[in-house]
Design a protein around this ligand. Structure first.
Ligand code: SF4
Length: 380
């Protein structure tokens, strides 16, 4: 486009997507499903004047129902599914099938960054689609089948903390049988604007629960929102599958917090792993250069483009880089994790069920077809 400053560009993008979502909601022939990323519920209340760190999951669900979505589901469910596939891939690579380190692939900004800047390393990222894409794929196959709805009549809307998710959802490989996994991405701010446009008093809403069967999630899914969280969630399930389900493999404090690159040596069930989490693309570049040179060995790496992770994403309520605000959202994230009865993705009963009923095993042929992707060399 011709826009040179960030602000007008973002404003135009936001207007377009909100209009498309309203149109889908008004279209009687469409079944409109919405999903919300983990980072949204710990920040969106700020748009309505609440203090940073306010968790408003129940009000968020209630507001989405009032806006007219036919099913209000959760990207956190998709995050648990991602961990099943990704932890399985971690164990396979540790067993010699494929290259180490394995890098998490949830952040489309960093995926694009590696495609442009490290095209020689495209076998390093996990092949897992990101959680909202996995969710979209399952909605238009598993859920469509269950509900007996033609997938072409289903519209999947993602409420995301992220502007990069908009172009991610347009990637041609993130489709199945001609249907995009996700139709529209709106940001946390755009969602808040829709709520205001509808005249809903967000903070006064009584709390409601997500719909099923794509609404149930664990603490592991919630921490995807903060830097280090995807790595920690993957380690919880990998540890369980290696035979250690003790509480010692639930909290990996070494990969939490604001340090630019967090490294940890982890020992689970007799396996020693070296892991790292980087946030901010400058830190990511340094880490990837070290991997390319072979100067340090890692087994698993998480990279998030936004400093702090998705809680501080470009689609969130403005925080102007204020560490105090981001810290409050981070604390809210880990408090949700702590409050969950189930904190490992592989223990999510609805996730177990979808493997039994539909996908088979993690890494199965069907899982590969629907939940995995590939990367494109975009180097000069
Ligand atoms: Fe989007 Fe930023 Fe999260 Fe990456 S870290 S997925 S760019 S919000």
């Amino acid at each position: 486009g011709q826009c040179v400053s960030v602000c007008p560009t973002a404003a135009l993008t936001e207007i377009n997507n909100v209009d498309k979502v309203w149109n889908a909601l008004y279209d009687e022939g469409k079944y409109v499903v919405v999903q919300t990323a983990p980072a949204v519920r710990v920040a969106v209340a700020e748009e309505f004047g609440a203090e940073p760190g306010t968790v408003s999951t129940g009000q968020m669900v209630a507001a989405l129902r009032r806006l007219g979505f036919d099913s209000v589901f959760d990207t956190n469910w998709g995050a648990d599914l991602t961990i099943m596939e990704e932890a399985n891939e971690v164990l396979q690579r540790l067993n010699g099938k494929g290259r180490l380190p394995i890098l998490t692939s949830c952040c489309p900004a960093w995926v694009k960054f590696i495609e442009h800047n490290f095209p020689d390393m495209l076998d390093v990222p996990s092949t897992c689609k990101s959680p909202h894409e996995m969710f979209g794929s399952m909605t238009k196959t598993y859920f469509a089948e269950k509900m007996n709805i033609d997938p072409k009549d289903i519209v999947v809307v993602s409420v995301m903390p992220c502007v990069a998710k908009k172009y991610e959802s347009a990637r041609p490989e993130l489709t199945h049988e001609g249907h995009s996994d996700v139709d529209y991405v709106i940001t946390t701010r755009e969602f808040a604007r829709m709520v205001k446009e509808a005249g809903i008093h967000y903070l006064d809403l009584a709390e409601e629960e997500f719909d099923n069967p794509l609404g149930e999630s664990t603490g592991a899914a919630q921490i995807f929102g903060a830097t280090g969280g995807v790595l920690e969630a993957a380690l919880r399930t990998a540890a369980a599958w290696l035979g250690d389900e003790s509480d010692a493999t639930l909290d990996f404090e070494g990969v939490r917090g604001f340090e630019g690159v967090k490294e940890a040596n982890i020992s689970v069930a007799g396996h020693d792993l070296k892991v790292a989490a980087a946030h901010g693309l400058g830190n990511a570049r340094r880490l990837l250069e070290a991997v390319r040179e072979g100067s340090t060995h890692y087994d698993v790496i998480e990279i998030m483009a936004c400093p702090g992770g998705c809680i501080a994403g470009g689609g969130q309520p403005y925080h102007h880089g204020d560490r105090g605000i981001i810290k409050k959202r981070m604390e809210a994230t880990y408090s949700i994790d702590k409050s969950k009865k189930i904190r490992r993705s592989n223990d999510n009963p609805d996730i177990k069920k979808i493997y039994e009923e539909f996908l088979g095993e993690p890494g199965s042929h069907k899982a590969h077809e629907l939940l995995h992707t590939h990367y494109v060399d975009r180097g000069e």
